[in-house]
Design a protein around this ligand. Structure first.
Ligand SMILES: [Zn+2]
Length: 329
């Protein structure tokens, strides 16, 4: 591009940012959605999976223009389910399927690679995803599904390497950090402190988005609030380790889990502040279609302007809409 034209683009963009207040074009950004191939869907109890067309149809009903679409590849390495034959080939295939789905709808969807961080092929797969324009934005890790135990030094060492690798490739991280629920693994302040002290500093240059407000959906497990409080203290102290830390609110408003703690939940959300909170619907499954998730979220005791700020908050890894050119490579 000619430098004068380039200069004009810069000036015009700067002017646009000044003239158009960000809330004038505020649109909901869904920072936590999932895609499942038919095979991954079957393994996760979804008969046909969720492809990009299914997801976009549901996003349209909710008036949501953009979404982060997480690969379900990690779920193929769930250690609490039967091991798959040729597991790594299937993990690659799932990430590639997700990339192809996203590629066909890259004006609406941004793909995230995923992998079980404890598997021997984890680093290799992250490197591979980093070369794929439809997956290189980020990496999804699911500590619960992968049964990661941060209290176990071996697991911790592997996690630290995975975070370093993502940081090297400048891939953002979306982390379901709550430990496995079905097997009642320990989870609370201790695990959050390990995350803060040992894991987060391995990825100092990228956005780290903790899913479900550090919980596993709902807000009824005391461990959720204990873990979240560790990060709130760090934020209040301007701890440099949480400089790039964000929280998504996906799965929070599950009926029957938060109502008796609604004041505490609102307090926590305000302590974190809208600049650190991102909206997410979680998987578009029956009962949790994006329109339904949005409606439930609106039952929380926040003001309309707080809802709008959080819903329209664009995470750094998506950038300003004008900076985010859909990939057509
Ligand atoms: Zn999710």
């Amino acid at each position: 591009m000619h430098w004068r034209l380039f200069g004009c683009v810069l000036v015009c963009c700067a002017l646009l940012h000044t003239i158009v207040p960000s809330n004038a074009v505020a649109q909901t950004v869904d920072c936590h959605q999932h895609l499942y191939s038919p095979e991954a869907g079957k393994r996760s109890g979804l008969t046909d999976g969720i492809n990009a067309e299914d997801l976009i149809r549901e996003l349209d009903k909710a008036g949501i223009k953009r979404a982060v679409a997480l690969s379900a590849a990690y779920s193929l390495s769930n250690p609490n389910k039967p091991t798959l034959v040729d597991e790594y080939a299937k993990v690659r295939a799932e990430n590639d399927w997700t990339a192809a789905q996203v590629h066909a709808h890259s004006d609406r969807l941004t793909g995230f690679c995923s992998v079980n961080p404890l598997r021997p092929f984890a680093l290799e797969e992250i490197d591979r995803c980093a070369k794929d324009p439809n997956l290189r934005t980020g990496l999804k890790l699911h500590f619960g599904n992968s049964d990661v135990d941060v209290d176990n030094p071996e697991d911790l060492a592997k996690l630290r390497k995975v975070f370093r690798e993502a940081n090297t490739h400048r891939m953002a991280l979306i982390v379901h950090m709550h430990a496995n629920v079905d097997h009642h693994r320990p989870y609370g302040a201790r695990e959050a402190l390990i995350f803060l002290r040992e894991i987060l500093p391995q990825a100092p240059d990228v956005t780290v988005q903790i899913a479900h407000l550090a919980g596993a959906g709902g807000y009824d497990d005391p461990g959720d609030d204990d873990a979240l409080s560790v990060f709130i203290v760090a934020l209040q102290q301007n701890d440099p380790r949480v400089r790039n830390l964000y929280f998504d609110v996906s799965g929070l408003a599950i009926p029957g889990t938060w109502e008796d703690k609604s004041a505490l939940l609102a307090k926590r959300l305000r302590q974190i502040g809208p600049d650190r909170l991102l909206y997410g619907s979680d998987a578009s499954v029956p009962g949790n279609r994006p329109a339904e998730a949005l409606k439930r979220w609106h039952q929380l005791p926040l003001t309309q302007s707080e809802f709008r700020r959080i819903e329209s908050h664009i995470p750094p890894y998506l950038g300003h809409p004008s900076d985010h050119e859909p990939s057509r490579e």
